[in-house]
Ligand binder design. Sequence first.
Ligand code: HEC
Length: 151
Amino acid sequence: MKRISAIAVIVMAPLLVAALWMDRQPSHRAYEGPAPATPSDSVPVSGREIIPPEGELRNPVPPSATSVTEGKALFDINCAMCHGLASAEPGRVGQRFKPPPPGLGHDMLKGLSDTALFRMITLGFGRMPPFQDKLDSLARWKLINFLRTRQ
Ligand code: HEC
């Protein structure tokens, strides 16, 4: 038993000594300038999603039949309760809103750019909740592909 603890002390000692110096390393402290540059391909994982200005955003998902079908499934789950399965009548939740949410028919949507739609879905719009933390950005683009086919 004594021998085992002696071995343990010998094994642990360098680790404990190393732990004493652990904070002496080239790391950046809070508020210490100059701030290190962010790696070019990094993606923010917290805070607000940054959406570039009008015109700079391109839908990365081609409007294939599969993406439209997936977009419709996402719409039925996340949007139809307010905006209605068909654009003519609001959904069960939407009927409680005064005035009710717009039906998102073809005529109204054609006046909205992809960027505008993406921004509304991501950040919310008036009484509509944001979907930033509920749907990843590809899902939001698939939804837009579906909305473009909606009558
Ligand atoms: C809780 C109900 C609710 C849900 C869920 C909801 N919306 Fe909305 N949405 C609204 C309301 C209400 C408005 C109108 C904004 C206002 O009047 O404040 C709106 C507005 C919009 C508009 C803007 C139309 C315009 O006036 O320019 C779009 C586009 C839209 N919603 C798309 C969606 C999509 C896509 C989803 C699903 C991801 C969704 N909404 C989910 C309630 C909802």
